[in-house]
Design a protein around this ligand. Structure first.
Ligand SMILES: C[S@@+](CC[C@H](N)C(=O)[O-])C[C@H]1O[C@@H](n2cnc3c(N)ncnc32)[C@H](O)[C@@H]1O
Length: 633
């Protein structure tokens, strides 16, 4: 049986692994070199584990899908502020006005040099709005069916799933073949960016100065450059290294850094906003204005503040699965930046109480900002370690206090009228992460990874501010955050645990080998401990929804198995809407003899597993919903 890695390598070999001796020669096939055909590297044991879970072919498909962005942007309309039709109209006008068609938001007046990069409808790129990205499965018809043909000839479509007509899809396109201007053996001028920068660019961002690793000699402002990415490579110590010094000059020769490794890793063409020396002299700002992208997704981050929220479809479905009712008391245990919290609040028509907690002070501020932006008043935010979310008896009723930013004296206090701050007493200065479990913290770096999908407008504004003004003291935005000591058992009608996880479902991803079998198992341990807290906090008769954005069954099906085997009063509940696929049955035996159990027959249809390679073309995501029966005393 061929392993997924073998299959991937086999597909890749014809274009990627021909002799290095040919590289740099005029004989080199430019269409192969200057293409986007990434290959996702995994830790070998992790790859084996996933091959067992999915089968090698499926895993190869999933792995491939992860290297690409979804072929559409998903938008949730704030139905308390606007109507879906009104938003469609505004978005169409915005798209037209800015000519932000499929990521080509670069026609704004520019004082750049000449270059042939400006967007026009006569561009060489296909402008056919009906051309979606090739889904990983290759089944364009399936994607069209998924949208029930509702895109028609326009770029925006309403979601056709029952109850989700306030969700909009804005079509993107790709992968596009780009002519990088390789002529007569003369290589184009180039810019190499970091992997994280490249992943952001594939999602529609520009290349910012900190993301540039290397650049051709003699690059001037206004030059057209080919942008490629330096992905981590095996290092001599057996780990992975970036292996490129920032500021390296490229000569267009095979001796350039990562020359062969960058083959097939070209993400587009752009116009430099600074000269080579400028790029490495300044610390912020746009370095390359991407004008010709491999994937074109409309850039909608900065529009219709408060009226819309860019959110992955499975996240919206997770809020629905919780089925919150007006007037209920809901806990969102790991809530920042508040995407699901605000979705829940809107489903409750802003009536009831949502406790939105996160362990990070600054991220709690982000929830506040988002709630304020969306005009939601039923959300109370707290800084709380979900591992200590159940209040111990000895801590009495003094549930919360006020934690201020580290340099509170120097910053403007930001609070919002529409976000209730439950403030009972002024607290001493609290440092972020003080409560976090140190051992687990060492092993689990999920928080950072997870941040990547959830980009709130607050984040974008914050980043823009930082670009302009620098990070500021302690990188702290300042503001008031209520510090919680936890909540009494059985005090919530419903609990959402959108757990920090390995984030191996997020797209696009160009490197996955940082996760080992051990780190994956540590994520799972962390999640179980959080789940234990959720079980105590929800009342009998209540509901728990558990979700992750990873494809790892150890953090998904195995958590469900743990929950059902540990707490006999829990049962899996049916979810509405049901859009994802079934869960995984079976088990996996680790080399150390530990057997990880997944679902048993009959349980698989009760969870939702979003496969990134399926025609839905979403991120990898998992949702389980539990009904809580009478608890043992
Ligand atoms: C997957 S993200 C949550 C995304 C959020 N639910 C949304 O939809 O916008 C996981 C969050 O868990 C938080 N987190 C990680 N460890 C935590 C802990 N021990 N207690 C509380 N929050 C934690 C992270 O700060 C991160 O914001």
């Amino acid at each position: 049986m061929k392993k997924a890695g073998d299959l991937l390598r086999a597909t890749r070999s014809s274009s990627f692994f021909f002799s290095d001796r040919k590289l740099g020669s005029v004989m080199e096939d430019a269409s192969q070199r200057y293409s986007y055909e990434p290959f996702l590297r995994w830790n070998p044991l992790v790859e084996q584990y996933f091959c067992k879970a999915y089968g090698p072919r499926n895993f190869a498909r999933i792995s491939k899908a992860l290297t690409r962005p979804s072929c559409y942007s998903c938008i949730r309309v704030n139905s308390l502020k606007s109507s879906t039709d009104a938003v469609i109209e505004k978005l169409l006008a915005i798209l037209k006005e800015k000519e932000v068609e499929y990521g080509n938001d670069f026609n704004e007046d520019s004082d750049m040099g000449t270059g042939n990069c400006s967007f026009s409808t006569e561009s060489k790129e296909p402008q056919n709005l009906d051309v979606c990205c090739t889904p990983a499965s290759g089944a364009v018809e399936d994607v069209t069916n998924m949208f029930n043909g509702s895109f028609g000839s326009g770029p925006i479509s309403k979601c056709q799933f029952p109850g989700l007509d306030y969700v909009l899809f804005v079509k993107g396109s790709g992968p596009h073949t780009i002519d990088y201007g390789f002529a007569d053996g003369k290589p184009p001028k180039e810019v190499i960016v970091s992997r994280k920068c490249a992943e952001a660019v594939l999602r529609g961002a520009q290349v910012y100065v900190p993301g540039v690793m290397a650049c051709s000699a003699h690059v001037e402002r206004g030059d057209l450059v080919a942008v490629s990415v330096a992905v981590e490579q095996p290092s001599v110590d057996g780990g992975w290294a970036k292996g490129i010094t920032r500021g390296t000059i490229m000569q267009g020769l095979s001796t350039d850094p990562y020359y062969s490794e960058r083959r097939g890793l070209y993400i587009g063409q752009g116009k430099t906003m600074l000269s080579r020396s400028g790029i490495f002299r300044v610390s912020e700002g746009v370095a390359v204005d991407m004008c010709n992208r491999v994937f074109k997704l409309p850039s909608l981050h900065d529009v219709l503040d408060g009226e819309i929220f860019l959110q992955n479809l499975p996240s919206i479905v997770a809020a629905h699965a919780l089925d919150p009712k007006k007037g209920e008391r809901i806990l969102d245990m790991c809530a920042a930046p508040g995407g699901k919290t605000t979705a829940i609040a809107i489903l409750m028509r802003d009536e009831g109480e949502i406790i939105a907690a996160d362990r990070s002070h600054n991220k709690v501020l982000d929830i506040q900002k988002l709630a304020a932006e969306m005009g939601l008043s039923c959300i109370r935010t707290y800084k709380l370690d979900a591992l200590k979310a159940v209040r111990r008896r000895s801590e009495g009723d003094d549930t919360t206090n006020l934690a201020c930013s580290k340099d509170n004296y120097d910053v403007t206090v930001q609070s919002s009228d529409s976000v209730k701050l439950h403030v009972e007493k002024k607290a001493p200065i609290t440092l972020e992460g003080l409560n976090a479990d140190e051992t687990l913290k060492k092993n689990v770096s999920n928080e950072k990874a997870n941040e990547r999908t959830y980009i709130s407008k607050a984040d974008i504004r914050k980043n823009l501010r930082r670009m302009r003004n620098g990070p500021g003291r302690n990188q702290c935005t300042g503001g008031r955050v209520a510090n919680s000591k936890g909540f009494p058992p059985n005090s919530f009608d419903r609990v959402l645990l959108d757990a920090p996880c390995s984030a191996l479902g997020l797209r696009p991803r160009l490197f996955a080998a940082e996760e080992t079998i051990e780190s994956l198992r540590n994520h799972a341990k962390y999640q179980r401990r959080m789940f234990d807290q959720a079980v105590q906090l929800v009342r009998p008769g209540g509901v728990i929804v558990y979700s992750t954005c990873t494809i790892n069954p150890g953090e998904n099906e195995a958590l469900v198995r743990y929950a059902l085997d540990t707490y006999k009063f829990l049962s899996l509940a049916t979810q509405h809407p049901r859009i994802g696929g079934p869960g995984l049955l079976g088990h996996f035996e680790y080399p150390d003899g530990y057997v990880e159990e997944w679902l048993r027959p009959g349980e698989e249809e009760l969870v939702q597993r979003f496969d990134p390679s399926s025609p839905l073309d979403t991120i990898g995501f998992f949702i389980a919903k539990f009904s809580v029966g009478l608890k043992e005393t």
